[in-house]
Design a binder for this molecule. Sequence first.
Ligand code: SF4
Length: 429
Amino acid sequence: MGQQDFENIPYMLYADRKGRIYEHPYFRMAGFSGLQPMSLKEEDLIPMPQFSKLFFIPDCPPIGLDPSTGDYKVVPEVRVNGSRTKCSAVATFLEPGLVRGLLPAVDYSTKSYALPTWAYTAVGFKDDKYWAAGFRIEYNHRWDPRYYDDRELVTAIEAYQENHSGGALVEHLIQCATQNHCFAAKNLFLKRWEAPLPVSRGCNAGCLGCLSLQADPSCESSHQRITFTPTKEEIVSLAVRHLEQAPEAIMSFGQGCEGEPLTEYKRIAESIKEIRKKTNKGTLNLNTNGSWPERIREVARSGLDSIRISLNSARPEFYRAYCCPKDYDFEDVVSSISLSRDLELYTMINYLVFPGITDQEEEIAALSKLVRRTGVNFIHLKNLNIDPQLYMDRMPNTTSEAVGMKKMVRMLKKEFPDLELGYFNQAVR
Ligand code: SF4
């Protein structure tokens, strides 16, 4: 790329020690694929959507592109009006429905802490706008932040409490809706779309990016894990009420504020049986790590409609390095996906994507093999929420070429025209 091309690339952003964000007067934005700096082309960029968040990464200088040479430069400080400012890197967290194309370009060499679990994305500034490295994979009004106005939520919770007997689960979900700002929990009180049914305290995995339990003390988990097992009665009354009243209703077991729901498969199965005796409406979904095929069989037989099974990679060694499975292995998860199809559940993979790993040729080949073998219906391309340096440190070494997230999607669509790619659970009833 000639100098003129670099001129079209947005300016690099940096933050001062108070977290105030500025565009650099000279350097252009760059991105990371894994921990490798990459320059951006205009087609890699989108205007940063309104409901995205901006972060600065303390004590970590940004890496910018020198438009006159095309070289990448660590920018520890900037001199503006004669005064020197120490620079910290800046990243964005994209609105739901968008796939991150590149990670922020950051010098992590002096970082001594683990970043909180967000999907950090490369961002720059040009023409009075922020530009992010990403692309839309699915638009779904049910998850559009513009439809979540907390001024409506407060009165909705009060009305819900007036009209319905409370209980521990409702109290927990009020916290989720008001403290964690969980859209699914808000939907319960706004009586629409997808609502949550968290049931499990324990888990048989140790995912590095777990939202409800973090091993590293420097990184607080973003959700408080549920501390009790809801009664069948409370699950059934809450679920039937929502399925009967809500448009495009989905009730989902397996939330960010709990462990692995299959640890409570008996409670889930008995509840589903009871729910389906009372209503045939809406979709009953299970978000799970897919570790117990036989427990999935029992839950499916009780009346489940759809299932979403999480994995960060279709390569067993990468899966083990991230999920740290305790008493199961990658093969159990693959068997669960195949079994779910055999049991005619609408079967989705919650594919936790990360530029530099997910778009490697080896990974794409492994994923294609998994899709062919299981016949999965839908793949969520979910940006993995994790400290990029921590993740790359823990993933196995590989020299497989990364082709770019957009190209990875094009290759999947070409090979599997009937496979649906998106970002959100689907209402299947
Ligand atoms: S399976 Fe879920 S609850 Fe268990 S460690 Fe992983 S993210 Fe956390």
